[in-house]
Design a protein around this ligand. Structure first.
Ligand SMILES: Cc1ncc(COP(=O)(O)O)c(C=O)c1O
Length: 434
């Protein structure tokens, strides 16, 4: 199909049947990337892997990179820190591709720890309550770990979450957040808000928030603003520097495909990152490399003048090795072609599923591609049964109690024909229940 069609034109040109799905696959400029992954196989068959929003599959080159570093450890021992390509600069070598993925300068990103740990470290820097300004604004539902991080930071500072944790819930439809509700809350109570922390793409509904609009609202009331981008990085276009976001944190095990518990990422805007006066918790890896190894000779903490200044420990080499090749796939495929395929793949699945959903059953994710990434959250009364049938047929999807199925069509490895098959299984399962 013509690659220049708008999404509306693409939708209008869609046709029924598996042959049409195969035709879409033949015309997919990214179709060869699928072969660059080990897709989990159940009993020898290749299942349809629709949980890249939860744990991305293993890139072949990432397996090689991990084994290579294990071998180098075996043969080089401590010299691995110095022999080219040295472990010493391992994470720094990944900052170029990572910064391109999130729309940042290399000096604004760092790779370290897990996502929740990083949220704590960034809250330590960016949440400085005063008597008059001490509230934190989050969304509802908020990912539990983020809520726990925020709640405990409030308590850490002696602030009562009952009064100073502001939660903005969904609008009239009971599902999606309205940016206008956030703006209204900030107009009414903004002079008390110290920090706004929101998920860029909501974990449950797949809704993509208008991030620059939220930054603007934050600036309007003098609050700082950070985003949890766990479901956004590697999924939707990001321009964190230009949007003037204060900070962001994300993991690399979802759409970035860097492996379970892979070291996570942070963004700190250069206006804070290059300012050595920005308060942060210190560790030797965040210290200026010029004096890092002077140890007892130079005992004072001098932070790096970049986002690396938030690092605490030396990089976990074996856990980090898969990230390089995983990021390289994004550079190779190109963020624009990936987004174009993502939009089409998701729109196609939506087009196939929508006619099957009646009564209370519905797609919770916004229909507008500008307001979502590669995820459809489908609320179905018979969700448990549909999930069971999908599993029996080799479709790996995700079921959230009590009735939401989350399917993530990822442009690096999913196909249009897979979408067609999933919809057919869905149709069969719903018919069995009616
Ligand atoms: C939106 C969001 N925030 C935070 C987390 C917690 O991540 P971690 O366990 O890496 O700290 C997750 C994990 O899936 C998540 O989806």
């Amino acid at each position: 199909m013509n690659p220049d069609l708008t999404v509306a034109e693409f939708r209008a040109a869609l046709k029924e049947g598996p042959e049409f799905a195969r035709e879409l696959d033949r015309g997919d400029p990214l179709r060869e990337f699928r072969d660059r992954f080990e897709l989990p196989s159940a009993g020898g068959a290749t299942p349809i892997y629709l949980v890249g929003n939860s744990l991305g599959p293993l890139p072949l080159a990432s397996r090689e990179a991990a084994v290579r570093e294990m071998d180098r450890w075996g043969t080089l021992g401590v010299d691995g820190w110095f022999e080219d390509p040295s472990w010493y600069g391992l994470d720094d070598r990944f900052l170029g591709p990572l910064s391109r993925l999130v729309g940042a300068h290399p000096a604004e990103v760092a790779i370290m720890n897990g996502l929740t740990v990083n949220l704590h470290l960034l809250l330590a820097s960016f949440y400085s309550p005063t008597a008059g300004r001490r509230s934190i604004l989050i969304e509802r539902p908020c990912f539990p770990s983020d809520r726990f991080a925020v709640e405990t930071h409030l308590r850490w500072h002696g602030v009562d979450p009952e009064t100073d944790l502001i939660e903005i819930g969904p609008g009239e439809d009971g599902v999606l957040l309205n940016e206008s509700d956030i703006e209204r809350a900030l107009k009414e109570r903004g002079d008390r808000v110290a920090l706004i922390l929101l998920g860029g793409v909501n974990f449950l509904t797949g809704q993509l928030l208008d991030l620059p609009r939220i930054v603007k609202a934050a600036r309007g009331c003098g609050a700082r603003v950070g985003f949890d981008l766990a479901h956004a990085v590697g999924n939707v276009p990001l321009h964190l520097h230009d949007w003037d976001v204060d900070f962001a944190a994300w993991c690399h095990y979802k759409y970035v495909n860097a492996g379970p518990g892979a070291p996570a990422g942070v963004f700190v805007h250069e206006r804070h990152a290059t300012d050595r006066q920005t308060l942060r918790l210190g560790g030797w890896w965040g210290n200026d490399p010029e004096t890092r190894f002077r140890m007892q000779l130079d005992p004072g903490f001098v932070p790096r003048a970049d986002a690396g200044g938030w690092q605490l420990s030396c990089p976990p080499v074996l856990a980090m090795a898969p990230l390089g090749p995983a990021l390289a796939l994004f550079d190779e495929a190109g963020t624009e072609p990936l987004r174009a395929k993502s939009v089409r793949l998701t729109a196609y699945l939506e087009w196939l599923l929508s006619p099957l959903l009646n009564g209370p059953d519905r797609i919770l994710t916004p229909p507008d591609p500008e307001r979502r990434g590669a995820q459809l959250s489908i609320q179905v009364e018979a969700a448990a049964h549909v999930q069971q049938r999908l599993q029996q047929e080799g479709v790996i999807g995700d079921f959230r109690q009590p009735d939401v199925l989350r399917l993530a069509p990822c442009p690096l490895f999913n196909t249009y024909h897979e979408m067609w098959r999933v919809a057919e299984i869905f149709r069969g399962a719903l018919q069995e229940e009616s």
